[in-house]
Write a protein that binds this ligand. Structure first.
Ligand code: SAM
Length: 341
């Protein structure tokens, strides 16, 4: 494929090139990611992702970093090489054999390596082997400072979401970071999770007042059962949280804060959010296809479910971030050091 491309050069060869004369990586149009109207727009999105990682990880550039780009496509390679953006080491992995073949044949810089993985994705690689705990990445035992997956979870079904996180876990260095983007449905449960985690008590109270209202509409038997469940999760009844006093600085009394927040471990927060979702009429199944006729074209998760699927993978959520120009919602995680991955 490469040698048929009229603009073909072996890019990234370090040696005699004059400054500004660096061989460009000419990527055949077929190996671009679709959905961008122009090459400029496509590449600008790659620059923004590079900058986003620097900003989020508090780095001037990625010069000292080793990066594993899972579901790499071609765009990050293109800007790293053409614009000589600093990176310590870059490993790209993808189920698309044409992408990997092209990059292997055309990138000659020793810091870069590309690896094909034949795992199943109904949209991108329907004949591959399902991702399981036995799946291994073609990277030996190599560990990285950063693992990134841009627009990959946007095409993963829930089972693969969870499994992908498990498979990646052995490849992060202690203290490393994982970043991945996804389509999230911003439901009330997401609001509640974020508010509880950031101790934003005004929002917590507001959400609970909705809950209280929703509960009033239930038949007495089910209301009682759910009220009990709330008490077991929060140590308080819904009404007392809905009516808690908050001073002008958004603070609640020390007793309330201790009772409510300190009781709420990660698991309880998720159970609470799932319960809330059920009550507020959102599907109990936290996943849906936004384009039902094209499976995995837009895999979309409800907030509580996107968190729940991280449980048991050996990752701990550091932040969930709102969409930006070049990216959907994105999680940043660190390895849960206590987890035996
Ligand atoms: C929408 S593209 C995004 C490419 C690139 N990350 C970007 O931001 O331009 C999704 C990529 O993920 C790859 N992919 C999908 N499922 C995968 C899996 N299970 N393992 C590795 N790569 C996968 C696809 O082949 C495709 O290249």
């Amino acid at each position: 494929m490469n040698s048929d491309d009229p603009g073909y050069t072996q890019a990234g060869v370090q040696g005699n090139e004059k400054p500004g004369n660096w061989p460009r990586l000419r990527i055949p149009r077929l190996l671009w990611r679709t959905g961008w109207s122009s090459e400029d727009e496509w590449l600008e999105s790659a620059r923004q992702l590079y900058q986003l990682m620097c900003r989020q990880f508090d780095l001037p550039d990625l010069g000292g970093m080793s990066v594993l780009d899972m579901g790499c496509g071609t765009k990050l390679s293109k800007i790293l090489i053409d614009e000589q953006r600093p990176v310590g080491r870059y490993a790209g992995v993808d189920v698309n054999r044409d992408v990997i073949d092209f990059l292997q044949q055309n990138v000659r810089d020793k810091r870069f390596s590309y690896h094909h993985i034949d795992v199943r994705n109904d949209l991108y690689n329907p004949t591959g082997t399902p991702l399981t705990d036995y799946s291994r990445l073609p990277l030996n035992d190599e560990q990285f400072d950063i693992i990134c997956l841009f627009s990959v979870f946007t095409h993963l079904a829930p089972r693969d979401y969870h499994q992908m996180l498990r498979v990646l876990r052995p490849h992060i260095k202690p203290g490393g970071r994982l970043i991945y983007s996804l389509f999230l449905r911003g439901d009330f449960s997401l609001l509640l999770i974020e508010a509880l985690k950031s101790r934003d008590m005004q929002t917590v109270r507001w959400v609970f007042s909705h809950l209280h209202e929703a509960l009033q509409k239930l038949p007495p038997q089910s209301r009682k059962r759910i009220e009990q469940r709330f008490i077991s999760l929060t140590g308080r009844d819904v009404r007392s949280i809905a009516e808690m006093d908050i001073n002008g600085h958004g603070e609640v009394s020390a007793a309330m804060s201790r009772d409510l927040l300190d009781n709420l471990n990660e698991k309880n927060i998720l159970a609470l959010a799932a319960l809330y979702n059920k009550l507020s009429g959102a599907p109990v199944n936290g996943y849906f296809e936004r384009v039902p006729d094209e499976p995995l074209q837009r895999s979309t998760y409800y907030g509580w479910y996107a968190f729940e699927l991280i449980n048991g993978t050996g990752w701990e959520v550091m932040s969930l971030n709102p969409p930006e120009e070049a990216i959907q919602h994105y999680f940043i995680c660190c390895p849960d050091e206590e987890h035996n991955a």
